[in-house]
Design a protein. Sequence first.
Length: 326
Amino acid sequence: MMATLLFLALFLLGLLLALRPLLGPKEPFPEPPRREELLKELEVLKGEVEALSGEEKRLALARMVELERLLEGYRPPAPRARSPWPAVLLLGGVALLGVGLWRYTLPRLPGETTVTARQEARELKALAEKAQRTGAVEDLLAWGRRAYALKAFDQAAEAYLGVLKKDPRNLEALRRVGILLFLGGRLEEARLFLEIAQHADPKAAEGWLFLGNLYFQEGRMEEAIRAWERYLEAGGEARERVEALIAMARAQAQGGKDGQAVYQARCAACHGLQGEGGVGPRLKGNPLLKSPEAVREIVLRGRGAMPAVPLSEEELKALLKFLGTL
Ligand code: HEC
């Protein structure tokens, strides 16, 4: 019985020893306490030792001496040797991923954009500080120009409005404030600024570009086309883009002229909203409408009590089409 138990115990011990490496690496020695911990304990003791007395004080002092000694002879724990392969594989993977991302997504070196962005921000800040310090028109202009170029529109607006406060007739500031208002969606005010600026300084191409954009947004095609043409005359750089814009506005002006809108603006007051008649005779169902040439004559030359109504060819065409639907 005893022999069996002993045998079993030995067998279990052997099994345990055999399995030990599989149970995960066990640190054979406890890690030496870390330097910071020792220092901390020393600090605490130093704070407390004054308040202690007798045996306790003696023990605390002894521990302090021990700690001092430990700290003096302290060696940082030697780094454990590890297999380098996981780290190498990991680094390799990260490098491959990085190169892949860089190659396929970034047209420039990683970090380059942030570096330039930071430089630009610093440069802009310096200009802003100088302008705010001196308040001189030249400095405000320099700040505004740089901010505008970097698309820091808030700052550009602040700078150019500062210029206008000092020099309300500064054309660059008038134009740029107009552009900034336009970009901010404040069309009415933008038009005011831009029209003044372009009237006074028709050579400034960028003003024409934005004035054209503004008219276009307001649906005033003819004026948009005219403004863009003046942009090209002033030697604006975005030639192709603006030529395409002009073509688009032309197409829109032709197809988009709404005959009903023309009728309501120019005829409805006398002939009724639906052509039912008023001061002028009824047009709805009027046999005269079957001959567009006659209507054209009447409209352009007037007849009897009806005054001539000058219309462009486009407007007239759209109008005749609309009259055909009455
Ligand atoms: C200021 C008022 C007024 C306006 C605006 C006006 N008309 Fe007239 N129109 C008249 C009067 C009045 C007559 C009748 C003239 C006459 O025969 O003495 C008339 C006549 C006509 C006739 C001839 C009708 C018939 O049966 O003889 C046509 C067609 C016509 N108008 C179309 C138009 C169109 C299209 C417009 C808009 C582009 C227009 N008019 C704008 C007052 C107006």
